[in-house]
Structures are given as C-alpha cells and as structure tokens.
Write a protein that binds this ligand. Structure first.
Ligand code: AKG
Length: 310
C-alpha cells in the first residue's frame, strides 16, 4: 500500500498529472456515477418558493420556470399590511348573504347547481364589478389587484403581455369538500402548447393566483403534484391557466377566505373574453401541457381520479 502511494506521488511529480486509474478504481467511479444519476432521476423536481419581500426561500429554479415546468410557484408575503383586515369585512358580507354558491365535487357528472348546492363553498366576483361591492364601496379591490400584478412582474412571472382579467372572493365553510378537478382556461389552446418562456423570461399564457387569508393558510390540489400544495397566510400559489387543479377540502370549524385573481394575455392568440373564469374540464390524471409530473400520485389521489366520471 505504502509502495503504491509512493509510486503515485512519483508519477504525479514526474508527469504533473495523476496516474491513470486502475480497472478496480474505474469500476468504483462508474458505479458511483450511476448511483448519483439514479438518485437525480428519482428526486422529484422542486417547486420554487420565493418571498415578495425578497430573500430566497427555496429557489431551485426561477419562479417563471417553476410555473412553466412544474405548473406552479409559491410566492410568500404577497399581501401587504394594509389589506390584512379584509377577512373581517368579508365575513360581514358573507353573513349578509352577499356570496354565491360555488361548485364543489361531482361537477362533471351532476352539473354546476347540484355540485354547488352541497359544496359548502361560496364565491363572489369582485372585479370586474358584478353582483358584489362597487369600487367606491370596496376601495381596496383595484389597488390589491394592481399590487399583485406588480409583484408578479417584479418576480419575472408576468410580463407586458399580461393584463388583469378578474378577481374573485372565495370562502370555504367548515367541512367543505374537495372540488372536482378543473382548469381555469382551456388547456387545449395554442398558447399553452408553447414550449419556451417569452424572450424576457416571463410566461406566455394566462395564469391564476390563489391567495390565502386564513391564519393557517390555504391549500390546493394540483394534478401531477406529489401531495396537496400548502401556502401560508398572505401568501399565494401562482399557477398556469391550463393546470388542472381542485380547491382542497377544508376540515376546520371556521371560515377560510381566499382571493383568486386571473391574469390573461392580450393579443390575438389568447382571447380577451377569457376574463370570465369558468371551470373547464381538464385531462384528469393524464398530465398537462409541458408540465413535468413531480412523483406518483398518492393512493388517495388514485381513488379520487377513478371516482371521477368524464
Ligand atoms: O377553492 C379554492 O381554493 C380554489 C378554487 C378554484 O380553483 C376555482 O374555483 O376555480
């Protein structure tokens, strides 16, 4: 052994290069490389988590790449203090009967109204103003939507091509069931088939944003994700408009308010009338456009998939 080491040192001193590896050493290196490659292949790709206040939370990829390739990114601290009191206002509005029933489960086999009747979920379109408060009555609506758009632009997710589409208030009552899988925009549309980000690195299609206001945050089920995606109070999940998702069940005894914002893309390829968010059937369980699957669905997911009639 001692002799071998001395020979290696001599070889290094004479040639300036390490001596060639022996057959056994080459085999060892090759086995180690194969092991690393296998581990990399089974490690699920990681969703990007960033903070709107700056600082890296978990940034294995850029926010827009995470939206493009994994379907979503998490943006923490998206809601400034000026809006933290809003759930109080929303509770008063909901108690006064100001919200509408939102679909829950069984949407595709029972239809919207039957699904909504038993969902324990409610919604209210805030912008463009419809049946809800006017912009004078709720002065916070437009500034909040603008703030979110600006932050997502700063993070490089939204670009010049995005315009505000709509903003909706969501409420889950205690024991609300999980929604049926759906997309917010038609996943078959050409804009979602684009393989590459726009020249400035932003995403080239409509995106949805779901912001948590409950103290325990909120969660969303997303096709292809390894588990339900959770995000904290005043934080958001930003996801591709063609990502098939479902509002998660809410098992607690209090109300969970969320804000859902849709940013659409202007121009010819993505129609402006997409601002009206409708649940649309997705591919259920068959993956999305260009979205990498992050690991096998759990058994519970598999049971949910097979229970859905399409
Ligand atoms: O309830 C949620 O949190 C998400 C709702 C949703 O995805 C929708 O209604 O389109």
């Amino acid at each position: 052994m001692m002799m071998m080491a001395m020979l290696m040192i001599c070889a290094l001193a004479v040639t300036g290069r390490p001596p060639p590896l022996t057959a056994a050493e080459r085999q060892r290196v090759s086995r180690a490389k194969k092991k690393d490659a296998a581990a990399a292949a089974t490690d699920p790709p990681e969703r990007c988590v960033v903070s709107a206040l700056g600082g890296i939370v978990s940034e294995k990829t850029t926010p827009s790449q995470s939206v493009h390739e994994l379907g979503s990114a998490i943006v923490n601290d998206l809601v400034p203090k000026a809006y933290h009191h809003l759930p109080g206002e929303w509770s008063a509005l909901a108690r006064a009967g100001g919200m509408e029933r939102l679909f829950g489960g069984n949407l595709w086999n029972k239809g919207y109204s039957e699904s909504a009747a038993e969902s324990k979920r409610h919604s209210l379109q805030l912008l463009p103003v419809d049946n809800g408060p006017t912009t004078e009555e709720a002065e916070w609506m437009e500034p909040l939507a603008k703030h979110v758009q600006e932050e997502l632009r700063k993070l490089g997710i939204l670009g010049e091509q995005h315009v505000f589409g709509a903003m909706t208030l969501l409420l889950s009552e205690p024991h609300a069931c999980q929604q049926s899988w759906h997309c917010d925009f038609p996943y078959q549309h050409a804009c979602f088939q684009k393989k590459f980000l726009a020249g400035d690195g932003t995403v080239p299609y409509p995106v949805s944003v779901l912001i948590a206001f409950h103290q325990d945050g909120a969660s969303l089920r997303v096709q292809g994700a390894e588990r339900v995606i959770e995000f904290g109070k005043f934080s958001a999940i930003v996801f591709r408009g063609d990502l098939e998702h479902a509002g998660a069940a809410w098992a607690r005894r209090d109300w969970n308010f969320r804000i859902h914002i849709y940013f659409i893309t202007g121009g010819e390829r993505c129609k402006k009338d997409w601002k009206c968010p409708l649940p649309r059937k997705g591919k259920t369980g068959r993956g999305g456009n260009n979205i990498r699957v992050c690991g096998p669905p759990s058994m519970a997911d598999a049971a949910a998939f097979s229970a859905i009639k399409i």
